[in-house]
Design a protein. Structure first.
Length: 93
């Protein structure tokens, strides 16, 4: 089962978020495309082997999109670390 994480931003409402997908999409581009169609901007995308879970442990829900955290404003990107509402994970280049 494919596990993906996307960091996104809703410019209309000024809300940043981190969302995971555990088996909902076969390919990472399908998850990204779904969020783009909803009007979100994609800031970072990763497969499970390309990020460290950090403060957001792997979700056990299957076939779902899981909103891990959200907050007003854009997510903070500091190098490979991404933070939303005090929750941080790291992208592996």
């Amino acid at each position: 089962m494919a596990y993906y994480r996307i960091t996104g931003y809703d410019p209309e409402n000024d809300i940043g978020f981190i969302a995971d997908s555990n088996g909902k999409f076969e390919k990472l581009w399908q998850f990204s495309s779904y969020l783009l169609l909803k009007g979100f901007k994609i800031l970072a995308v990763s497969k499970e082997d390309k990020f460290k879970f950090g403060d957001l442990l792997k979700a056990s829900y299957d076939d779902k999109i899981i909103l891990r955290c959200c907050d007003f404003g854009k997510p903070v990107q500091n190098g490979n670390k991404i933070t939303v509402k005090g929750k941080t994970y790291e992208v592996i280049p």
